[in-house]
Ligand binder design. Structure first.
Ligand SMILES: CCN(CC)CCN(C[C@]12C[C@](c3ccc(C(F)(F)F)cc3)(C1)C2)C(=O)Cn1c(SCc2ccc(F)cc2)nc(=O)c2c1C=CC2
Length: 398
């Protein structure tokens, strides 16, 4: 990425001391199995190549459905606009770390999928974390796939004998609420499934860490046994964007192994009210300036506590899409037109968010790093940050 001129488009490289590897894991042939992309510290290798940011065209089709635009037209536009981007990580590079790595489980937003937050996940991996970016199968992702065994008739109708093993790749697309269907029951059911999927991903990493052999149904060149005894299972956090932010809070409530949570522009609607007094871990809300509204903020405020650290900052000049990778991938005027960019430089915004995240993780995972140099950001002490929120919340609404 030698190109330094400002109009260079691409996901910014990670800033930490470690090179970043990434690979995919799918547990089994069911829709209930866990599916995630893992980012990890790796050996510098010139031969590994960077994977495509969007792995296959079905994701662009799903994105078109999610945005309610025509598939054929948009597939061409998305391919033209985004088809050639690579992510800042080396595919299947050999894992390398001279110390146990803390663990982050990442949850994507509504209409997104596992690869769209690589600027956040790769940065954490470059700083020594192992990050599992889950792909949710609750029909909130634009698209996702799983494998199922072929049925008798499918096998029978097979022409060539050289057919692949008896598996069929099954695609699941975003499900929008039916006409008249109220949003809460659907989103509440989904947030519970999403939390379970984050916990299942964590349990899978725990098995891998303890040397229990686990099957990866995806054919990759990555040797999962190299991760044995490499993860610090006392230092686990959950991070997520928007619907993924709500998933973080639900997951913290269900699984005490998550020591803290970071919610990037959380969307609080899917959460039950009675959840708020049950979650006990520290939570950090990093909000955009444009997405939040009083009702959403007042639900975050219900988590305020005198005894458990709950923090909130707002990044000036940001929009909801300032956290996913799209914010880096279009020119200024398209980006602003499509609300993919705010007023602030996207790389500065994600840098502030990542540094504040690392400082909060050091504080609540007890890391012995120097991320505490960014502690002031947790309290909004920067010209581009607001401590708390810019949204006025009526006192009575709390
Ligand atoms: C009419 C559609 N309507 C559906 C309910 C609202 C659609 N919408 C605003 C969008 C996503 C947008 C987007 C993406 C991507 C391009 C592209 F051109 F760059 F591809 C453009 C334009 C369309 C901005 C959101 O849903 C916002 N949002 C998100 S956006 C997460 C996301 C999705 C797809 C991505 F590729 C990247 C990130 N995650 C949430 O958890 C929640 C919300 C709202 C409440 C909870």
């Amino acid at each position: 990425m030698g190109n330094t001129c400002s109009n260079h488009l691409g996901i910014p490289p990670a800033k930490g001391p470690n090179a970043v590897g990434c690979t995919d894991f799918m547990m089994d042939h069911t829709v209930k199995g866990t599916f995630f992309r893992i980012y990890y510290p790796c050996q510098e290798t010139e031969k590994a190549e960077r994977p495509d940011w969007v792995p296959c065209k079905e994701y662009f089709n799903g994105l078109a459905d999610f945005m309610k635009i025509n598939r054929t037209l948009s597939e061409r536009i998305f391919n033209y606009l985004f088809g050639s981007f690579k992510i800042p990580a080396f595919l299947d590079a050999p894992f390398k770390s001279n110390e146990k790595c803390p663990v982050v489980i990442f949850s994507h937003g509504l209409g997104a999928f596992r690869t769209l937050y690589s600027a956040v996940c790769a940065e954490l991996a470059s700083q020594g974390f192992i990050v599992a970016s889950v792909e949710h199968r609750d029909q909130s992702a634009s698209a996702t796939y799983y494998y199922r065994e072929k049925t008798e008739s499918e096998r029978a109708s097979e022409t060539s004998a050289s057919a692949q093993d008896n598996l069929v790749q099954e695609w699941m697309y975003y499900r929008s609420p039916k006409h008249g269907e109220s949003e809460f029951p659907l989103r509440n059911k989904q947030v519970k499934q999403r939390a379970d999927e984050c916990i299942l991903a964590l349990d899978t990493l725990i098995k891998i860490n303890s040397g229990i052999p686990v099957q990866n149904v995806l054919k990759t060149q990555f040797d999962w046994t190299t991760l044995e005894n490499s993860m610090d299972m006392c230092r686990i956090a959950a991070v997520g964007h928007s619907f993924g932010g709500a998933t973080v809070i639900e997951a913290l409530c269900k699984e005490v192994k998550f020591k803290c949570g970071i919610a990037l522009d959380a969307w609080m609607t899917p959460l039950d009210d009675e959840l708020f007094h049950r979650v006990k871990q520290p939570i950090f809300f990093i909000n955009s300036e444009k997405f939040q509204w009083a009702g959403n903020i007042s639900r975050m405020r219900k988590l305020d506590s005198a005894v458990i650290q709950r923090k909130m900052i707002t990044i000036r000049g940001t929009v909801h899409q300032s956290f996913p990778d799209f914010t880096f991938l279009t020119g200024n005027w398209i980006g602003k037109l499509m609300k993919l960019k705010g007023e602030i430089d996207p790389e500065l915004a994600i840098d502030l968010s990542n540094k504040a995240t690392l400082a909060f993780l050091q504080r609540h995972l007890g890391l012995e790093k120097n991320f505490n140099r960014w502690d002031p950001l947790i309290d909004g002490q920067d010209e581009n940050l607001i401590q708390g929120t810019n949204v006025t919340v009526l006192q009575s609404a709390i």
